[in-house]
Ligand binder design. Structure first.
Ligand code: ADP
Ligand code: MG
Length: 294
């Protein structure tokens, strides 16, 4: 909407996880390196965790690009509220297995053939499951069994990446899943961005969208965006997108603190040290009431 006004080639703060806009924070860099290393060295199970909006799906999309470039077969399951039957159907669909996709036995047979055929050509096969914290125990058990497929000469035939919110770690800690937990050989975690990274992140997105020398966000406002977003990329995007929209709507040139205040209020955003107005009034009233001598 505001692209032409600011001279952007495309929207800098799009909410879709687009590898073209990748900002390589040390955590993101390390996570991606781990995912690629895990796949290449046939490590078996890899777990990626991070809070909502920290960039997990973006990392998986980058991995997808890598796998496509390398010609490595993969299945990408992004809907994790599924039954075991649906799981096998999705795997068969993604890997284009020639079988009755609704029969688990058929899928397993065709999958095994594909894995061996790929392994014979020196290639591995990858299963990526996003939002894996939502997976039911019975689907996780099927995934564990797939991870067992092994060739003594080559190693694991299928590399499995489970990505999800920190609840995934707790889930794997449950007694029923300890067999799966023991098989996880690589773990990586994404953390929110630091204040300096938040700035770099915003500037890198603006530059990639076509604005190398930005003057819309004053430095002090970038600090404030960090505080309010807590360094979570999805929130940074939402705040910056709304700021640009407000500047455009008011035909201004620069984003300001009052604009950010208004946006945070509309988004009902809360951050450490911030007390919503209604809450503060109530708390203050309560505090002063309690302090009053009776
Ligand atoms: N390293 C990064 N570089 C560029 N954009 C990122 C990065 N990490 C997250 N984002 C952006 O933040 C938003 C949320 O990222 P996403 O990968 O969907 O998070 P998650 O899957 O952890 O909830 C998306 O708009 C994505 O483009
Ligand atoms: Mg995600």
């Amino acid at each position: 909407m505001y692209n032409a006004y600011f001279g952007f080639r495309e929207n800098p703060f799009n909410l879709s996880p687009d590898p073209a806009f990748l900002y390589r924070s040390p955590h993101h860099e390390e996570a991606l390196a781990n995912l690629i290393y895990g796949v290449q060295s046939r490590k078996g199970f890899i777990v990626l965790t991070g809070e909502v909006g920290t960039g997990k799906t973006t990392m998986l999309e980058c991995l997808r690009d890598f796998l496509e470039a390398q010609g490595i077969e993969f299945a990408f399951i992004f809907n994790s509220r599924i039954t075991p039957d649906q799981f096998f159907e999705m795997v068969a669909y993604d890997l284009d297995l020639r079988c009755t996709r609704t029969s688990k036995t058929d899928v397993l047979f065709a999958l095994n053939q594909l894995l061996i055929q790929q392994a014979n050509q020196g290639r591995t096969t990858v299963l990526i499951v996003d939002e894996a914290h939502n997976l039911d125990a019975d689907v996780l058990e099927e995934i564990r069994l797939l991870g067992n497929l092994e060739n003594p000469r080559i190693g694991k035939l299928m590399q499995i990446i489970l990505s999800g919110q920190p609840e995934l770690d707790y889930k794997l800690d449950s007694p029923g899943l300890r067999q799966l937990k023991q098989r996880v050989v690589l773990r990586c975690g994404l953390e929110p961005l630091t204040p300096a990274e938040t700035k770099e992140y915003i500037l890198s997105r603006l530059a990639k969208a076509g604005l190398e020398e930005q003057t819309v966000f004053p430095d002090s406002l970038l600090d404030e965006v960090h505080v309010r977003s807590q360094g979570i990329p999805r929130l940074i995007n939402a705040l910056c997108d709304n700021l640009l929209l407000t500047v455009f709507a008011t035909e201004g040139r620069e984003a300001t603190l009052p604009m950010l205040d208004e946006i945070c209020k509309d988004m009902r955003l809360d951050w450490p040290g911030h007390r919503p107005r209604a809450g503060r009034n109530f708390a203050d009233t309560l505090e002063s009431t309690l302090k009053q001598p009776s």
